[in-house]
Each structure stands twice: as structure tokens, then as C-alpha cells.
Design a binder for this molecule. Structure first.
Ligand code: NA7
Length: 547
């Protein structure tokens, strides 16, 4: 190959590589967006990915026990019948390594890797109005330019490591679950401290406890959890899945949350107390996120929610033998499922082990990290390893850590200073041709992610196809459409109990200083899909298209 050829295909600091569409991130969203734009529309599309491989959130989240809470037959793409028929999941919930195998299979099957630039972290994206192009810069100083910029950066990809004084003096090792070393961590014989009891911490603690010398869990907010009841899938179930894709997808597309189960039509007080108890028992035995679907009003009516909350608190008291530990674990201050409800494998049972202790940070807040461990207001806990299961700067974090500037140099960070504002969760006024897959203001984390990802990718792809058909080069949300959507997002959240969990990451409350705005759209995925379809059918109502 002669060098002039290399120069035309590789970006360098003084030469921008040019394409029709740039996609940031090679997880579920970016991979499908590449396939859709490249193979359906024939665009020159490129993906820029910080990691060494595909997988996005799953590439980074390799912590012990990492497993998806969505059932495997629903946690996959539905766009290809052949792909649906050839892939076979092994367990009820896919573990992280199996999801990585799946995504690599998809990437290889559709020849995606040749158009993904790995080890390429985007640091800036500036819109050049005169050229109608996005100019993108990477950490290594490479430059790219494209007419369309599509962020596929995930909702949970910016690790939140709390600024606890003394961390830099800690003599042991520390890890955030979302930046886990590929080679794993050897816990044997070690004294481990885990901070955080969200979905991640609840998955990790039993696995760490089984491997470590001793585990101390530092809990700030007590949490509900329902058993996942993970099992290997039977041949019969695998056959059912292969036969029934259309029906399964129909259910997933018809529900508010994109899962393959139907929410009961009955309300909590339509049945007697005994019947309610029996229904909750059956749901507990079945396990999984479906527990939420036992009654249709659990997230709308506090009294209904209280019945589920009390059932779950009682389960904790029954499982955990030490009454003091059980009291700390069951002292939950928010409605059930108002924060993302975790599901687990032996989480509460883990506190019955001799090598596990629980520290209640409400009673004894952390003062600092010392060279030897964690010091609270009541004493010091000696540790060799600290695991931060402290979550993410969710939804806006992954976008705002890129220096995104729209028309007239307007920074996205300034536009969103008081919280995210956009139209349909897809576009921000002042940022033409920028699309945000599963952005704040869309159902995203309130939905089974592949479902909302596919809907966004297909909507964006259809939109770009429409623009090309019409000879349009630019699309931008109207400010008034954006204002209307912000109101709709607030209205939808206020119609539920979700905003009542004051410390929830849905509200940005887990990151000190972050504006408290309810970020995902709580109006339900099926309803949201109809809104997006109607907008497109009316010639992209609320957007300005220009040539
Ligand atoms: P989450 O759900 O945000 O949980 C983080 C946990 O870490 C939660 O218990 C937090 O307590 C705790 N936390 C955060 N900062 C601190 C500090 N400074 N001190 C003590 N404890 C702290 O993140 P996950 O990774 O578990 O789950 C994220 C999503 O991934 C999940 O919802 C699924 O969708 C998959 P808090 O509740 O804020 O008091």
C-alpha cells in the first residue's frame, strides 16, 4: 500500500477524516446505528469507540456478578429474523461474558468492526454552520468531520467515584464496578469494603463475599430487592423462543417498559389482603422485574405501593437472621420501584455469612478514607480493597463530558446548566443534525434498553432517509417544541411515584451539584413510540428541515 492511500483513509491531527455520519460509541446503540445507516441507506458511517472492543456499557462493567436484569430472550436485537433464530441464550438472564459474546457475534456477522475506530475517545464535537458539518476531535488529536453526529454513548457509562477525602492515601487497591480490570480482581483472603447497594452492589456483594476473606458493605440507602431466580434455559424454552419471536416482540412493544411480560390489569385493592399476599408470594417465587407487574397501580398509587413495600420489607426480616442487620436493610425510605428496583441472587442471604458485615452510613457517615481502610464517625474499618459500587453520572454525564458545541459556539453544558432540555430526547434546539440515542427525555433506563435503542435508531435512520429524499441537509428541533417536550417529561414523571425517591439517579441526586431534574421519560415506551411515529408522519413536526 502506498502512503498516499494511507493518508486518505486515516485521520491525522492536520487532516480530518470525512464521512456522512459519525456515531460515538460501539455498544448496542452504535452498532445498530452503523448497520442501519451504512447497510440500509448506503451512507459512509463511522463509529468512534473509546474501548478496545464492542460492547459499550458491558465492555466496561465486568464486576463480579455482572448480569443483565432483563431476561435474555428480550435482551437482544429484533431487527434481524436470522439473528434472532441463530442465537441461543444459555440462562434466564444473560451474564456479562455472554452479552459480550453476543455483541461480538453481531459485530462479526454484519461486518461492523471494519467501520469502528477502537481506542478512540471523542473529546470535542463542534458544529460548523457554514459547512453544515460536525467537526470531531479525539483524545489523541485525530479529527473527523461529518454531516450527522449521533451519540450512542449509553446512559450509564460515566463512573461516579465519590470524592471522599483520603482516597489517594489508601494503601490498598480500589476499583469502580463500571471500570473493572479485564484480568479480574483476586479477593482471596482479602478484607474488602464495598460502598453502594444499588443494582450493581446487590449483584456484586454475594460473589465478593464468597471469594473474599471478609466483606464489609457500607450502605447509605437501604434498597428493595426481589430474587432474580436465574436458571439455565431448558431446551423447551429455547424452542418456544425460536418459534415465538413475533408474539414475544408484540408483547415487548405493547408495554410501557419493553419487557416480555404483561402488566396486570388489576389494582392492588381490587383483591382481598389474603389474595394480595398470595399474588405477591407467587411473584416473589417467579422472581425478576416482573414483580412490579403484579398490580397496575404500584407506581401510581402510594397506598398500593405500600402493600408491595411492606411485603418486601418482611421478606428481608425473614431472610436475615441478625435482627439489627435486618432492621438496617429493611429501613427503606422510598416507594418500591421509585428507584430502579434491583433483582438479586442470594443478596440478603449473604448477610447470614460469618464473613460479612453491614455498616449503616446514615448512623455513621464516612469521615474519610485512611491508608488502612474507611473511617466513619464511629470507628475505622481496616480494608485491603475498596469496591465502589457507587453508580454513574447517569444519562447527561456521558454527553457532557464531551465538549459539544452547536450553532454560534453554544456549549451543550451551558444549554443544560439547569438540567437536560431537548425534544423527544432526540435533539436539542441549536444543535442541528445532532441526534442523541436514548438521551435524557426519552424512556431509556425506564425501558428494556434494546427496545428503546432499536426504536431510536430506526427513527433516526428513517428521518435521515426522509431528509435525503426531500433534498434536505439540516434538521433542528424548534425551541418551542423543546419547551413543550420538557413539560411533557415533567408531567409524565409527576403522574408517578418516581420523583418521590429523592436520592435517585433518575433525578441526578446521586452526583453532588448535579441539577435535580427527572431525566427519563416516564410516559411509557409504547406511548412514546406513538408520539415519535406521529411526529414523523406529520413531516417531522416540531423540527425545522432546511437545505
Ligand atoms: P446506583 O443505582 O446509582 O447505586 C449506587 C449506590 O451507591 C447507591 O446505593 C448509592 O447510595 C451509593 N452511593 C453513591 N455515592 C455514595 C457515597 N458517596 N457514599 C455512600 N454511598 C454512595 O448504581 P448501580 O451501579 O448500582 O446501578 C446503576 C444501574 O445499572 C441500575 O439502576 C440498573 O439500571 C443497571 P444512595 O442510594 O445514592 O444513597
Amino acid at each position: 500500500m502506498d502512503m498516499s492511500e494511507v493518508m486518505t483513509t486515516t485521520s491525522s491531527p492536520d487532516r480530518a477524516e470525512s464521512c456522512d455520519a459519525l456515531i460515538i460509541g460501539a455498544g448496542f446503540s452504535g452498532m445498530y446505528q452503523l448497520h442501519a445507516l451504512r447497510d440500509r441507506l448506503g451512507l459512509k458511517a463511522l463509529v468512534l469507540e473509546a474501548g478496545e472492543g464492542v460492547g459499550g456499557t458491558w465492555y466496561w462493567n465486568r464486576y463480579p456478578g455482572a448480569r443483565c436484569d432483563s431476561e435474555s430472550h428480550s435482551y437482544c436485537y429484533g431487527f434481524s429474523k436470522e439473528l434472532l433464530e441463530e442465537w441461543e441464550w444459555s440462562e434466564r438472564y444473560p451474564g456479562q461474558p455472554e452479552i459480550m459474546r453476543y455483541l461480538n457475534h453481531v459485530a462479526d456477522r454484519f461486518g461492523l468492526k471494519r467501520d469502528i475506530r477502537f481506542n478512540t475517545r471523542v473529546t470535542a464535537a463542534h458544529y460548523d454552520a457554514s459547512a453544515n458539518r460536525w467537526q470531531v476531535t479525539t483524545e489523541a488529536g485525530q479529527r473527523y468531520s461529518a454531516q450527522y453526529l449521533i451519540t450512542a454513548v449509553g446512559c450509564l457509562s460515566t463512573a461516579n467515584v465519590p470524592k471522599i477525602p483520603g482516597l489517594e492515601e489508601f494503601a490498598g487497591d480500589w476499583y469502580h464496578t463500571g471500570q473493572w480490570p479485564h484480568e479480574g480482581v483476586d479477593f482471596s483472603g482479602k478484607r474488602v469494603g464495598q460502598i453502594g447497594t444499588g443494582s450493581t452492589g446487590i449483584q456484586a456483594a454475594p460473589v465478593i463475599a464468597a471469594a473474599a476473606g471478609h466483606l464489609t458493605v457500607f450502605q447509605r440507602t437501604a434498597n428493595y430487592s426481589v430474587p432474580a431466580r436465574n436458571v439455565p434455559l431448558t431446551d423447551e424454552f429455547k424452542q418456544y423462543v425460536k418459534r415465538s419471536h413475533p408474539e414475544i416482540r408484540q408483547v415487548m412493544h405493547g408495554t410501557p417498559n419493553g419487557h416480555p411480560f404483561v402488566i396486570a390489569e388489576r389494582k392492588a385493592f381490587d383483591v382481598t389482603a389474603e389474595e394480595r399476599q398470595a399474588l405477591y408470594e407467587a411473584a416473589w417465587e417467579k422472581g425478576g422485574l416482573q414483580f412490579r407487574a403484579t398490580f397496575q397501580d404500584l407506581l401510581a398509587d402510594k397506598a398500593a405501593n405500600d402493600t408491595a413495600a411492606e411485603f418486601l420489607r418482611n421478606k428481608i426480616r425473614q431472610i436475615v437472621r441478625d435482627p439489627k442487620t435486618a432492621a438496617i436493610l429493611s429501613d427503606i425510605d422510598h416507594p418500591y420501584a421509585a428507584k430502579r428496583p434491583p433483582i438479586d441472587t442470594d443478596y440478603f442471604e449473604t448477610y447470614n455469612r460469618d464473613n460479612v458485615a453491614l455498616v449503616d452510613l446514615r448512623a455513621e457517615p464516612i469521615e474519610r478514607i485512611t491508608p488502612g481502610g474507611i473511617r466513619t464517625t464511629k470507628g475505622e474499618y481496616p480494608l485491603d480493597i475498596i469496591v465502589f459500587a457507587t453508580g454513574f453520572d447517569a444519562m447527561t454525564g456521558p454527553l457532557l463530558r464531551i465538549d459539544i458545541r452547536g450553532r454560534d459556539g453554544q456549549r451543550l453544558a451551558d444549554a443544560w446548566e439547569a438540567g437536560p432540555r431537548n425534544y423527544l430526547g432526540l435533539q436539542v434546539a441549536g444543535f442541528p443534525n445532532l441526534f442523541t440515542i436514548t438521551g435524557p427525555g426519552s424512556p431509556s433506563v425506564l425501558c428494556n434498553m434494546p427496545v428503546c435503542i432499536e426504536q431510536h435508531v430506526e427513527w433516526i435512520t428513517d428521518c435521515i432517509a426522509h431528509m435525503r429524499d426531500q433534498g434536505m441537509a439540516r434538521i433542528e428541533a424548534k425551541p418551542e417544541a423543546m419547551e413543550g417536550w420538557v413539560q411533557e417529561v415533567n408531567r409524565a414523571a409527576d403522574a408517578t411515584l418516581l420523583p418521590q425517591a429523592k436520592h435517585s439517579w433518575y433525578l441526578g441526586a446521586n452526583v453532588p451539584g448535579k441539577p435535580r431534574v427527572f431525566m427519563p421519560y416516564a410516559g411509557g415506551m409504547a406511548h412514546y413510540r406513538k408520539i415519535c411515529d406521529a411526529v414523523a408522519a406529520k413531516g417531522y413536526e416540531g423540527f425545522v428541515l432546511s437545505d
